[in-house]
Design a protein around this ligand. Structure first.
Ligand code: HEM
Length: 360
């Protein structure tokens, strides 16, 4: 009797186990694939307007691709020097290069554009990139890429992609279409501050005389992980009298002038940080913070040497602004977040070409 009831219970259990198994099979074979397809479709719909790193780099490199060179800011010159930190930001950040001391950097002056042979004096934007390291500490490297404008024209990668499309020359005529550009800016009123800056901007008579801006904002973090949103700028500390005359006909006028200047003395910039207040938006690179905000000079960038970019150390550095030391973090600014993957794609292409010996 006892045996019989056990058997019945066993049979019942088996029945229910088979049912669970079947249910799992149904989930694996039918429901999961259907859910996956549905999820992918929803994701594709949500991201239908987003732009990939590959699309960005395709557009930036344009039709004439220069193998082994950067796809943006292709023309540049490698630099080396010392960041003399005065420690004034030490209370806001644990970053070792912000404590008082001297730290080596590798840097690069550049002009915007996809051509490594473009005439220096025609470029609308100039850049200064740095990789500052405390050799005695891990997680200390800070990669910085700054440009001459203080703001972006637009606030999202998608809008920036559209801006690049509007500015791209026609493949046949090789000319820009002014009506496209006008329409783009008319549809993007957030570009007002950028356009005002552009209208009032006169390029400095040397790379050493420009002010270079982080544009995007970052957080400084102290021991207790308190966040302070900041932007910074490299401000030239230069006697105008020592700037040699520019040769307007020379396509390498700025680089040659820089070489002449460095024969005489280091070129210096103050690294000046602007501290945001809670009401300032750190995620929108089109908006300037009020000029009344507190500023702190963190130290002096002293450029001592230059090398051609084809042989200098800067060639192998991807100045990805998301490579940050402990004590500095990225904000949620979508442009800043997008830069990491786009720079990586540009670096991937040029590093592969360099490895395969594909030079111009
Ligand atoms: C979504 C916006 C941006 C995109 C897609 C973009 C794209 C790129 C790419 C593809 C490179 C070449 C990277 C390499 O191969 O090493 C580059 C370099 C550079 N970018 Fe950007 N960029 C953006 C925003 C900015 C901003 C806001 C700044 C300035 C604050 C900036 C400053 C620079 C500088 C200075 C370089 C040259 C770095 C060097 O000398 O190697 N970029 N950018």
């Amino acid at each position: 009797m006892i045996k019989d009831s056990n058997y019945k219970r066993f049979k019942k259990q088996m029945k229910s186990k088979i049912t669970v198994k079947q249910a799992r099979l149904i989930v694996f074979i039918i429901i999961l694939p259907v859910a996956f397809v549905l999820f992918s479709k929803i994701l594709a719909y949500v991201n239908k307007d987003s732009v990939t790193a590959q699309q960005f780099v395709d557009l930036q490199q344009g039709d004439s691709n220069f193998p082994s060179f950067r796809r943006a800011h292709a023309k540049g010159i490698c630099l080396a020097g010392i960041f003399e930190s005065n420690g004034a930001l030490g209370q806001y950040s644990t970053a070792s290069v912000l404590q008082a001391g001297e730290f080596n950097f590798i840097g690069r002056f550049s002009i915007a554009g996809n051509s490594p042979t473009a005439p220096d004096l025609k470029a609308p934007v100039r850049g200064l990139a740095l990789s500052i390291k405390d050799e005695s500490s891990t997680n200390s490297e800070w990669r910085i890429a700054m440009n001459t404008p203080p703001v972006m024209a637009v606030a999202t990668p998608e809008a920036f992609y559209a801006q690049l499309q509007a500015l791209a020359p026609d493949p046949d005529t090789k000319q820009r279409d002014p009506s496209k550009i006008e329409a783009f800016f008319a549809n993007h009123p957030e570009s007002k501050t950028f356009l005002e800056w552009k209208d009032g901007y006169t390029p400095a008579s040397s790379l050493a005389g420009e002010t270079y801006h982080s544009i995007n904002a970052f957080y400084l973090l102290d021991e207790a992980h308190n966040e302070q949103a900041v932007r910074w700028q490299a401000v030239p500390s230069l006697e105008s009298s020592i700037i040699p005359q520019l040769n307007q006909e020379n396509p390498d006028a700025l680089q040659d002038q820089l070489a002449q200047m460095l024969e005489v003395a280091p070129i210096k910039f103050d690294l000046v940080f602007t501290l945001a207040l809670p009401e300032d938006d750190e995620t929108n690179p089109t908006v300037l913070w009020p000029s009344t905000r507190e500023t702190i000079t963190a130290g002096t960038i002293s450029i001592q040497q230059y090398t051609a970019q084809t042989v200098g150390e800067c060639a192998n550095i991807n100045f990805d602004p998301l490579v940050l030391p402990k004590g500095v973090e990225a904000t949620a600014d979508p442009i800043l977040r997008a830069r990491g993957s786009v720079y990586a794609e540009s670096f991937r292409r040029r590093a592969l070409e360099a490895l395969l010996g594909e030079n111009e």
